[in-house]
Design a protein around this ligand. Structure first.
Ligand code: ZN
Length: 488
């Protein structure tokens, strides 16, 4: 009897499955109309799986969407010879094709909500650093014959730091062309087309930090962060969760005087390359900070190149012990682990990030190789912090049309778009939206969900989130009105 019943249920499910299949794939199509109807149903069924399936556009948004799609087609025509997302951003940036794009202008204008993955000062304007820090009378740069110091190779100091260090001002005076000299200096603290041929792009990437971080002192430091935050706000960012500082509370409060809705929270980052003892110490420090200020300090992350450094699993003792300690203290220390930023299928960091209940996953590129993990990530609402331009620049996705995020978005995984270190590749957050919009088949509906996700999947308290979303909706309505007025 029981077996018979199970067979009956099984047969019913199987018929349901067949019926489901029949809705799209038919053995015989009466005519082209019949075929086209089946085709339409299949496309709709796929659309219903997408991350924006819950959104219904208003008539005004529908109108804006039509315009945006027209503009996208025009942009594809304009860039027929050279479609920027299909080539390294380092090359595209030199060609200035994106800079002149109306789509970029729109992406700048679009209220993007928050930045959930960015590394402190690496989100700032490095041109500004050249124009200001390197013009200080006491700015030194290392020009010695030996390998430049790994951590700081340009600095502001009352006295020469030692052998091989020269005053930037003296070098500039001796240069034939000041503009060229400054451009070279800018190139040395950023990544560009000249770095494309380098055997190790991460090594070049690290050099940019080494050459720039030493000058972030006193008024240069405050001026730099002030400009960075104002630039973000000008590109309609209202919230940041940062790995690394943003100039300190005083500067943030100063910015908030004109922009009361702007908010910042911090994720404590440690380097995967650090020795175990240091990681343990950083974890304890993060716990202390979180205990003292849970509204501001939201969690812990492991950063740096995954392939050449220790894995999440390598620190399993420390990470689990921290969770236990947090429990004993009656607090939590959520993890926001960089995981799966790798080309290697052997990389298992996403697996451990999920097991460790990471609140979000940084990059998560490797996730597309793990169907079960994708399912868990979707069910548990673990947002994937996707950084398109960073992934291309650092060598993980050559042509952004093939970025795994397309799978994540189309499967309805909670994706957020993030900029990572845009200052280092000479751009800003809006460029990532340009790339995603142009390369991933997105429309206004999807852009809306992506922007909202950056607030929904943030670590804000419920009342903060509600307020932030309210503010975002107001800005969004204005953006739609602006877009509808936009001359095509
Ligand atoms: Zn990162």
């Amino acid at each position: 009897m029981k077996r018979g019943f199970l067979f009956f249920v099984g047969a019913l499910l199987f018929c349901g499955f067949l019926q489901q299949q029949d809705r799209f794939v038919q053995r015989r199509y009466e005519d082209v109309d019949d075929y086209m109807n089946a085709r339409k149903r299949l496309i709709q069924a796929e659309r219903d799986m997408r991350l924006d399936a819950g959104i219904t556009l208003t008539p005004e948004e529908e109108e804006a969407n039509l315009k945006l799609i027209t503009l996208k087609k025009r942009e594809i025509e304009r860039t027929q010879e050279y479609f920027p997302p299909a080539h390294s951003f380092l090359k595209s940036k030199t060609r200035r094709l994106i800079d002149q794009s109306p789509i970029l202008e729109i992406m700048k204008r679009m209220p993007k909500g928050g930045i959930l993955h960015g590394h402190g000062y690496a989100m700032g304007d490095f041109h500004w650093l050249v124009k200001h820090a390197s013009y200080l009378p006491n700015c030194y740069i290392y020009q010695g014959k030996k390998e430049p110091p790994r951590k700081v190779s340009m600095t502001v100091s009352a006295e020469s730091p030692g052998d091989g260090w020269r005053l930037v001002g003296d070098l500039r005076k001796a240069a034939n062309n000041v503009e060229e000299f400054d451009e070279e200096l800018y190139q040395s603290i950023t990544l560009g087309e000249e770095d494309l041929g380098q055997p190790d792009i991460w090594a070049e990437f690290r050099k940019c930090f080494a050459r720039s971080q030493g000058v972030l002192r006193d008024e240069i430091r405050s001026g730099f962060y002030r400009k960075m935050l104002r630039d973000m706000i000008a590109e309609n960012v209202q919230y940041v969760e940062t790995r690394g500082g943003l100039g300190g509370q005083e500067i943030i409060e100063e910015i908030q005087r004109d922009n009361p809705e702007f908010m910042v929270k911090y994720i404590s980052p440690s380097r995967r390359s650090d020795p175990r003892e240091r990681i343990a110490k950083s974890l304890t420090q993060a716990l202390d900070e979180r205990e003292a200020n849970p509204g501001l300090m939201i969690g812990f992350d492991l950063v740096d190149e995954e392939d050449k450094n220790q894995t999440n699993l390598d620190f399993i003792n420390e990470l689990l012990e921290t969770r236990h300690e947090a429990g004993r203290r009656g607090i939590t220390l959520p993890f926001y682990l960089h995981s799966g930023e790798s080309n290697w299928t052997e990389n298992e960091n996403v697996l451990d990030a999920v097991l460790l209940d990471s609140r979000r996953i940084g990059h998560g590129l490797a996730l597309f190789k793990h169907p079960l993990l994708m399912q868990i990530v979707k069910e548990r609402g673990i947002a994937i912090e996707v950084c398109p331009i960073s992934n291309q620049v650092l060598g993980y996705v050559a042509d952004l049309r093939n970025h795994p995020a397309v799978l994540f978005i189309n499967s309805g995984l909670p994706v957020v778009i993030c900029p990572d270190d845009p200052g280092i590749w000479k751009c800003s957050f809006s460029y990532d939206f340009y790339a995603a919009f142009m390369a991933w088949g997105l429309d206004l509906k999807c852009l809306k969900q992506l922007a909202m996700n950056s607030l929904l999947y943030s670590a804000m308290a419920p009342e903060e989130k509600e307020r932030a979303l309210g503010h975002w909706h107001e800005k969004w309505a204005k953006f739609i009105a602006w877009l509808n007025e936009y001359k095509v």
